[in-house]
Design a protein around this ligand. Sequence first.
Ligand SMILES: [Zn+2]
Length: 460
Amino acid sequence: MDIRLISRTSTMKIPSRTLLVSLLVMPLAAQVLKPTPALPPDNRLKADILLVVAHPDDETGVSAYLAKLLDQHKRIEVVYLTHGEAGHNNMGPERGISLGAVRETEVRHSLASLGIDNVWFLDGRDTPSQNVLQSLGSWHHGLALEEVVRMVRLTRPEVIITWLPGFFIGENHGDHQASSVLATEAFDTAGDPAIFPAQLAAATKINETLLEGLRPWQPKKIYYFSDAQEQDQFKDSGPTYVTTEISPSHNLPYWRLAMDAFSFHLTQYRDYIEGLSKKKPEEQKSDWGDPVGLIFGKSLVGGSRTGDVFEGVTPAPIPFARAIPSGEEPAHASLELAGPWGFYDVFRREHALTQLPKAAIPEIAINHGQTLQIPLVVRNNSPAPQTITLSVTAPQTWTVADYTSSFSLAPGELSPVLVQVATPATDTNTGQVKCRAESRQQAIGEVELHVKLRAGGLPQ
Ligand SMILES: [Zn+2]
């Protein structure tokens, strides 16, 4: 309490300090902050690892590794971009937002069983599609980034772990990839004092609701994980952790802790979970005992690609490091895949992640009989006008719909093109669609898309 301030503003005889407080200070205090010593950031929220994912159950891919870290007294916190309110409910009639509320409870119990209590849910809606851009649109990308940056500044993680940003068969949920795009963007911006400055401004009023008093925070490393069908493509991309060691705190192998934590996800996997409890331990181990593989993203503190996640990490904070883009757009006429595939080319370049694994040939899995949408962009980055012709080839039983095949582009101009290909209802299971662009009888670009036809899965 600032007695000097009160004395200066009072001309009354004050009988006691207590009365003084009740009579005079309260109206003043409503407007002016009392000068208290500056508090450091709340240490109860400090994280060693911040896991940023999209839905309740997304933690499963790394939960055995998280259990191991908890035995090493690492502080782990989790951010979910959505409540996972899409999909079916095996436990009751609750759907939509109510199902999301149930799934939040399930995953809170699941993580608490491992020893993780600080769990945050942001405002994104579960958006089932294969297109990362639809999820980013659904979440109002800028607003979602502000939320994720806030979580990074609040929890001050040394390391961020998130889904792999990339389009792979198997890893086909746009929400997963959108959570990883946002986590990567937050890694590169949370330390920047020019980004979301209202989060960083100190409070000026007692009832402050706009200025948040956070501090910039630069995480030291970012790692990714993927549920792509073909895991061999990630070999040697990062550290691998066996899950068969016994946890000293639980006296069970780490895979078993992960399996037990998973058993809370009943709205999604009731039949599987009930069946799991009837399986023999060796069968359970064969389902759950694989190592956890991470994919190295980047490090600002050194360490090797396949070395331990905490290699090079020390408690001292590090300064903001602006991402230096690697590579640039071609300086000639070109044809490229657009949509999520093209976005990832730009994303990897802008976030200096060009070493991240990507499919050797761009790929997608869709249902038999579905019409495949292939977004392309024809670009003229040359200094002269160009007339560009486009041709498309697909397997014999697939039908290519009419598309724009000729473009006159001024220097610097570009044109989007959508190629649509109807796939057969049966017979084939894979096919390649090739798109080729020419200018003055010379090829300026060729795009190939590997297409797998199979039942189930999300819409494109
Ligand atoms: Zn998910």
